[in-house]
Write a protein that binds this ligand. Sequence first.
Ligand code: PDD
Length: 276
Amino acid sequence: EKVYINGEIVPHQEAQISVFDRGFLFGDGIYEVMVQIGDDFFYGKEHLDRLTSCLKKINLNFDVSILPKEIEKLLEVSELKDKDCLVYIQVTRGVAIRKHAFPKTATPTIVMYAIPFTLPQINQNSIAAITIEDNRWHRCDIKAISLLGNVMANDHAAAQGMYESIFIRNGRITEASHCNVFFVKNNIVYTHPADTYILDGITRQIVIQLCKKLQIEVREEAILEEHLTTMDEAFLSGTTTQIASISKIDHHAYSEDGSIGPIVKRLQQAFLELKE
Ligand code: PDD
């Protein structure tokens, strides 16, 4: 695989990052994950706008508007032009002697790569999830590269053969380790509000728009842990997950046979149409 570093595209074995890069030392940086379908980035503008707003939140000065041209070059060299693929983008604060406060003169380090990735037509597999205490920091709205809380949570799920861990903070369901979480009760769709306790997923925003289009009532309200078992349907949203039905959380099954509930089905169908 080829890797983009600060304007150069090199084989990944040759790519070099300073040990003093603040991304490496502090996790001081922001990332994005987006997918290209055919010749078009799926909600690419929204992903790049979120990158801009997250960089602003951490006072990292970098002009995202140079990226579309650079991504084009990367795709060309990676032989992925007009092909289904995933692009990872990471902007860190750059190289400086290790001091906690932001350096005055560091130049941001930009790393990107593109790999073949095909989104499933419709995510037909329901997934199982497990709940876990949300012990991450209080700025989950920032798409920071420091993801230790998320990777530990996801590994906890993977160790038990499950796809996701669902975070609970103060008795409220927030999100999952790399997805947002939705519930359905009496034909009303619920998801945690986009405050500082979740990442406001682009796919989450798409789901909310689709609900409105399909005239399904949607409420940005957190579901309490104690109400988990009273919900009719549950699902995840995310760039790589799309819309995935959740068949089971902990010991509670939403459907005995793993079949997908009616609202999730409608949303998946409407989501599929967006990609065409
Ligand atoms: N994860 N919540 C968290 C904590 C996430 O890391 C992600 C995305 C989402 C969904 O956001 P979006 O719909 O914009 O992808 C929600 C990416 C895919 C990742 O870390 O690989």
